[in-house]
Design a protein around this ligand. Structure first.
Ligand code: FMN
Length: 130
């Protein structure tokens, strides 16, 4: 059964090199496990959507949750899904625009059209945090 996990975590002051390294790991491992999703980083917190079969999500979550580059990981949503919202993205980072006022609208335009409304709502609220 396909599932979608949405979690947040805390990682103050990671640089763009750190993010690139994380995305490289995603390309390597998520492709192999057929895990797809989205990554948001606001300079202090991550929000990540992971989608795949539960056994594969557990495998990747085990790695992510023991990664010292972040802490305080908290799963906000875990929903069964009929289809993937991001079938082609083994991990896509969506950059949040600098202007907080426009972040929600800018992210709304970038998120996949078939993203479940409850996931979209939580992701847009994350974008509004300053
Ligand atoms: C916020 C965050 C998200 C991550 N997401 C993934 C992911 O989706 N897939 C993955 O394999 N590793 C992810 N990682 C990295 C893993 O924690 C771990 O470093 C990596 O899987 C190690 O694999 P490697 O030895 O192939 O690089 C993430 C790390 C952080 C901090």
């Amino acid at each position: 059964m396909l599932h979608q996990y949405l979690y947040i975590s805390t990682a103050p002051n990671l640089g763009s090199d750190d993010i690139s390294h994380i995305l490289e790991s995603c390309q390597r491992n998520n492709r192999e496990r057929n895990v797809t999703g989205l990554l948001l980083y606001n300079g202090r917190n991550f929000m990540q959507l992971l989608e795949g079969e539960e056994v594969d999500l557990m495998w990747v979550m085990r790695r992510i949750s023991s990664d010292p580059r972040h802490s305080g990981l908290s799963v906000l949503e875990d929903i069964p899904a009929q289809e993937r919202a991001c079938p082609d993205w083994h991990m896509r980072q969506i950059r949040l625009v600098d202007d907080v006022e426009n972040r929600r609208a800018a992210l709304d335009a970038e998120l996949p059209v078939n993203l479940a409304p409850e996931l979209r709502r939580v992701m847009l609220n994350f974008a509004a945090l300053n």
